[in-house]
Design a protein around this ligand. Structure first.
Ligand code: MTE
Length: 326
């Protein structure tokens, strides 16, 4: 299946091409329910089900316009997107999250917005879902470990939420705190990381339209192993910047201490922009393996600066030494 990219950095599919027709039509139905304020009920019924059965409920997602054709990439298959994961709260093997994340309770769910903002608030998930129009965006996700996927996310720009809470002028960074519940997340409490898993962005990065608050993928609610019920997706940064199962968004004047930087400061910096010219201390970052393209003859792809989003985000780092600010 072919998808096209226009020069704003989004890769736009024709939604009906990437989603089985039945699911696609279900999604249109959910958009209709949302318009009528009934989506909460649909979401609640989804949340109540056992994740092991992997209910695939459609999530609202507006069809994106397609214009221009500069990139042709194949979307990673749903089964790969949902079975090859990093979610250390559920284990360290790539197959662990799909096997273990069924214990995550995603309802009720609230996200606290606090710190240097005029309007701190506790948002119920249902209210966040309705806060802005959801759209489908196809982004590459490039992991620091050297693999990548192309995923049709559903959500809206984080900036929509940020504008609503009105950060103070003193807010320079945003900290993202994720769920850390020992009862439902078997590896929280192990010494792998200092829990909760925390990520951070500079304010201009958080406000960038590409930075997505994602509630779904493939037109459906996020599977638990992918960070249900909501996560961040920052496509020009290594995958670990995209915190899963967010519970708190805090505005601050200091650079947040992030989980991976705390665990291994020499290896994982605050910025973590995808950069083929700056190697990880233990391996090259110049190329990547596309998940789903395994096999004897599968070629590694060249990793692109800022994961291919340089035209959109390069300016954010003008004048910065990216070897120092890795
Ligand atoms: N978020 C939490 N809470 N815990 C994690 O272990 N792993 C990160 C990121 N977000 C992680 C997380 C890493 S290393 C990657 S590569 C991406 O999630 C993987 O997202 P995916 O499993 O949906 O591909």
């Amino acid at each position: 299946m072919l998808i096209t990219s226009r020069d704003d950095g989004y890769i736009h599919p024709v939604s009906s091409e990437i989603t089985p027709q039945g699911v696609y039509l279900q999604r249109r139905e959910l958009i209709r329910l949302m318009a009528g304020g009934l989506a909460g009920a649909a979401l609640a019924s989804w949340a109540a089900r056992d994740a092991r059965a992997q209910p695939r409920l459609a999530l609202a997602g507006a069809k994106s316009a397609v214009s221009g054709a500069t990139t042709v990439e194949k979307i990673t298959e749903y089964k790969d997107v949902t079975s090859y994961n990093n979610f250390y709260e559920f284990g360290m093997d790539k197959s662990d999250p799909a096997r273990n994340a069924h214990t995550l309770k995603t309802s009720p769910w609230t996200v606290a917005v606090e710190g240097l903002v005029k309007k701190p608030a506790n948002y119920a998930l249902e209210d966040l879902l309705k806060l802005s129009a959801q759209e489908e965006r196809i982004y590459r996700l490039r992991c620091v470990e050297g693999w990548s996927m192309v995923i049709p996310w559903v959500g809206y720009s984080l900036s929509e939420l940020i504008k609503k809470v009105e950060p103070l002028g003193s807010a320079k960074y945003v900290e993202f705190v994720t769920q850390a519940d020992r009862k439902t997340m078997p590896y929280v409490g192990t010494r792998v990381l200092d829990w909760p898993y925390v990520e951070g962005l500079r304010m201009d990065e958080a406000m960038h339209p590409l930075t997505l608050l994602a509630f779904g993928l493939y037109g459906e609610v996020l599977p638990k192993q992918n960070g249900a019920p909501l996560r961040l997706v920052v496509p020009w940064k290594y995958g670990f910047k995209s915190g899963k199962s967010l519970v708190k968004i805090r505005f601050t004047d200091k650079e947040p201490m992030t989980a991976w930087h705390q665990a291994a400061p020499q290896e994982y910096g605050f910025y973590s922009n995808v950069n083929p010219g700056v190697d990880h201390p233990r391996w090259s970052q110049a190329s990547e393996r596309r998940i789903g393209e395994d096999g004897l003859f599968a070629k590694r792809r060249k990793t692109l600066m800022f994961n291919g989003y340089e035209a959109q985000v390069g300016q954010l780092y003008a004048g910065m030494d990216l070897k120092k600010y890795y």
